[in-house]
Design a protein around this ligand. Structure first.
Ligand SMILES: NC(=O)CC[C@H](N)C(=O)O
Length: 296
C-alpha cells in the first residue's frame, strides 16, 4: 500500500484505488489498471479522510468491492456517511473533494460495494446535481447471496467512455444487496430517457432477460450498472476486475480446446483499457490546444 502523499512522477494515467474498513477487491482493481497501462496506487481511506493523500493528484478514483463496515446498516451505508460527514483537518469532507473532482471532468468508478457507496452517497445517478440519494441498492429478491457468472448488455445510449465499443460482456457477480430500487416514476423516466441504465442482464445470446436467474437480484429496469448524466461516474454490481484474462473464467479450458485462437484477454479488461485510453486522448487534445494557442 502506498503511504506517500503524491503519486510517483510518471506520464501514465494515475488511478487511485481506495481500501480499508472491509473493502477487499483493491488488488484486482489495481491489476486491471496496470494491465490497461496506467499507474495504480492503493491507499487506505484514512489517508484520504485525514488529508494525507489528495484525490486531485489522480485522474480516476476507484471504490472497489468488499464488505465495508461488515455491511452493517446496509451495504455501503456507513462508508457513504463517513465520506459525507467526516471532515479532514481543513474542514473538508471527501464529498466536498468529490464534487470538485467531478467538476474538473475527472472519472469515478465503483464496483459492487463501491457502487453501493456511490449510490448511497448520491453520486449516482445524481439527476438533481445535488448529491442526494435518489435510488437505492438493497437485498436480492432471491433473499440469497448470489455468487456466479452473468452476461450483461451495454445500453447503446450510454455516454460513459468506460463502455465505449462494448456490446455485451460476461462477468461474475457476488453480492447480497444488488437489487436496484428506483422509488418514483419521475426518476425512472429520467434514467431511461438519459440512458443512465448503462448495463442490463441478458442471456448468452446478448438478449435482455429480466427474469431470475439471468437478473440475479430483481433489480428495477433489469439494471446492473448506472452512470451520472455526464458519464463520468460509473458504478456496477458485477466485477469486471475479476475477469482480466481468459484464465479467470471457469470454462477457459473447454473454450480454448473448442477455439485455440480465442483471445486471452477477459471481457472485464476492456472497460479499464477504455478509460485509460480516453484520459490519454483528453491529455493529447489538451496539449494540441495549448500548442495551437502559442503558435497562432
Ligand atoms: N462483492 C461485493 O462487493 C459485495 C457487496 C456487498 N457486501 C453485498 O454483499 O452486497
Amino acid at each position: 500500500m502506498n503511504q506517500s502523499a503524491a503519486p510517483a512522477a510518471s506520464n501514465k494515467v494515475q488511478a487511485l484505488i481506495l481500501t480499508g474498513f472491509g473493502i477487499n477487491c483493491e488488488e484486482e482493481m489495481a491489476a486491471a489498471y496496470r494491465l490497461a497501462g496506467a499507474d495504480a496506487t492503493i491507499v487506505h481511506l484514512n489517508q484520504v479522510l485525514h488529508g494525507h493523500v489528495s484525490i486531485h493528484d489522480y485522474d480516476v478514483l476507484n471504490f472497489p468491492g468488499g464488505f465495508s463496515f461488515g455491511d452493517d446498516l446496509g451495504s455501503g451505508v456507513v462508508l457513504a456517511n463517513k465520506l459525507r460527514y467526516r471532515q479532514n483537518p481543513n474542514g473538508r469532507t471527501l464529498l466536498d473533494d468529490l464534487r470538485e473532482f467531478i467538476a474538473n471532468g475527472k472519472f469515478v468508478l465503483g464496483i459492487c460495494n463501491g457502487f453501493q457507496v456511490l449510490v448511497k452517497l448520491g453520486l449516482l445517478p445524481n439527476l438533481g446535481g445535488d448529491f442526494n440519494p435518489e435510488v437505492t441498492l438493497t437485498h436480492n429478491a432471491s433473499s440469497r447471496y448470489e455468487d456466479r457468472w452473468v452476461r450483461l448488455k451495454v445500453n447503446s445510449a450510454t455516454r460513459t467512455p468506460f463502455l465505449k465499443g462494448i456490446d455485451s460482456l460476461e462477468v461474475p457477480v457476488r453480492h447480497g444487496e444488488g437489487r436496484l430500487v428506483i422509488p418514483d416514476a419521475a426518476t425512472r423516466k429520467r434514467i431511461l430517457a438519459e440512458g443512465l441504465n448503462c448495463l442490463t442482464y441478458c442471456d448468452a445470446d446478448g438478449c435482455e432477460v429480466t427474469q431470475y436467474p439471468h437478473n440475479p437480484n430483481g433489480a428495477d429496469l433489469n439494471c446492473a450498472g448506472l452512470t451520472d448524466t455526464a458519464g463520468q461516474v460509473f458504478g456496477l454490481m458485477p466485477h469486471p476486475e475479476a475477469y482480466l484474462t481468459l484464465y479467470n473464467h471457469p470454462d477457459w479450458a473447454r473454450r480454448k480446446r473448442a477455439n485455440p485462437g480465442i483471445p486471452e484477454e477477459g471481457d472485464g479488461l476492456r472497460m479499464f483499457q477504455n478509460i485509460v485510453e480516453h484520459i490519454e486522448q483528453q491529455r493529447h487534445a489538451a496539449v494540441l490546444l495549448e500548442t495551437n494557442q502559442y503558435s497562432s
